[in-house]
Write a protein that binds this ligand. Structure first.
Ligand code: SAH
Length: 393
């Protein structure tokens, strides 16, 4: 282990709490994560060595800052303290994109010169609630989303111009209106103030369009590794029917589509599906289809209609999948399931369900998507045992 591989004295460490493993060197963090996955999933299969990052800093392509006011009415921006709504003022973070951090500081400075206020959660008044910046690491495109409490944004054109003058590489600026008393960052209403309203990025040779509200993996370097592994484990030969469940903007399905007969993606978020359809078209992919639906409900309905699938990719949120989805999976009876998870605890629960009903774990590959935090991503391959398969029993 080397000094350089430790977060060199993050000044916010105590108050922020976001990087739970920062007292460990990076190699020690990887060991910790490996042990974590082995503890939870080791009973199903041997765990491959975790894929770590060469340079585990400034890897986040999406940065979200909360804005607020102090008791003496100063505007602050930063990160919510873990499990509270106190804002820890942060101007630059060692895991976030530096450019995004600089843009957020500029927005804070501009608020003052434009005589705009930040939102005060206690009094439920004030203007700017959050700033969200997304950056396409391979295209260089940058989106800035100003999340406001009201649609009334005086001098919005001039404000946008001033921001772009300070950061000419910003490619699009949006206002998102969130008037609700909620811990969710984004509201439903959006207005494009500059540019096309979305950014694009390239992953595994495919070009993806990303909207403000669509999910996109936050660490593109490791996402390429993750997707490559997932597609490799799927063992596709060009003829299979593949389901990409919880597909987001269609990334995994599109990467897999070149090796499959056809791919069907399902996703709950309407904006993400709109992005997915545009993405397939822009990449000239003709064998992929998308549905906006709850993955469990949709799987149940196609299973009832007698549909079958050869391979199912599933990549649910932290809460894992649900009984409805997993039961329909039994009916669809894919030969292979590639289960990608950002939470090995819920994955363990779901794997218990699947392995009790005829599936067998064949590979477990952890990937470090979130260095310095305690989060770990895993790809698990499952095979359906058939009476004539050599490993049946
Ligand atoms: N596979 C994608 C997205 C994974 S994140 C990628 O790698 O980028 C999980 C996705 O599941 C999010 O896009 C979220 O909107 C979606 N989601 C959450 N609950 C869902 C549900 N019940 N049914 C379908 N999709 C859901």
């Amino acid at each position: 282990m080397t000094e350089r591989q430790m977060l060199p004295g993050c000044p916010y460490a105590k108050k922020c709490g976001g990087c739970q493993l920062q007292n460990l060197s990076y190699p020690e963090q990887l060991k910790w994560k490996q042990a974590q996955v082995r503890r939870l999933l080791g009973k199903f299969h041997q765990v491959e060595p975790i894929l770590g990052m060469e340079n585990p800093y400034h890897y986040r392509n999406k940065v979200q800052a909360a804005f607020g006011v102090t008791r003496d009415r100063r505007i602050v921006s930063g990160i919510y303290q873990s499990s509270s709504h106190r804002i820890v003022p942060v101007d630059s973070c060692q895991i976030e994109d530096s450019k995004a951090d600089a843009i957020i500081v500029t927005v804070r400075e501009l608020l003052r010169s434009f005589k705009l206020t930040a939102y005060d959660e206690r009094r439920e008044q004030g203007f700017l609630r959050h700033v969200l910046v997304k950056r396409g690491f391979s295209t260089g495109e940058i989106m800035v989303v100003l999340v406001t409490s009201t649609p009334v944004f005086p001098a919005k054109r001039r404000f946008t111009q001033a921001l772009r003058a300070r950061h000419p590489d910003i490619t699009t600026v949006l206002m998102n209106v969130n008037p609700y008393r909620t811990s969710l960052v984004l509201g439903e209403r959006e207005e494009v103030l500059y540019g096309k309203g979305y950014i694009e990025d390239v992953l595994c040779g495919c070009r993806f369009r990303i909207s403000a509200r669509s999910f996109y993996q936050i660490n593109p370097v490791q996402t390429e590794q993750l997707y490559q592994k997932a597609v490799e484990l799927a063992g596709l030969t060009g003829v299979e029917t593949v389901i990409d469940a919880y597909c987001g903007i269609g990334t995994i399905g599109m990467v897999a589509s070149a090796h499959a007969g056809r791919v069907i993606g399902v996703e709950l978020n309407r904006d993400a599906v709109r992005d997915a359809i545009a993405n397939a078209r822009a990449n000239g992919i003709r064998n992929i289809y998308f549905h906006t639906a709850d993955a469990g409900e949709w799987m149940a309905s196609i299973a009832e209609q007698g549909e079958r699938a050869d391979v199912v990719f599933m990549d649910p949120p932290r809460a894992g999948s649900d009984d409805r989805f997993l039961s329909s999976l039994m009916l669809l009876a894919p030969r292979r399931v590639v289960y990608i998870s950002c939470n090995p605890e819920t994955q363990e629960r779901d794997l218990r369900f699947l392995t009790a009903r005829g599936y067998q774990v064949k590979a477990i590959q952890p990937v470090d998507m979130f260095p310095h935090t305690h989060h770990v991503e895993t790809v698990v391959l499952l095979f359906r045992r058939t009476p004539d398969s050599p490993d049946a029993g």
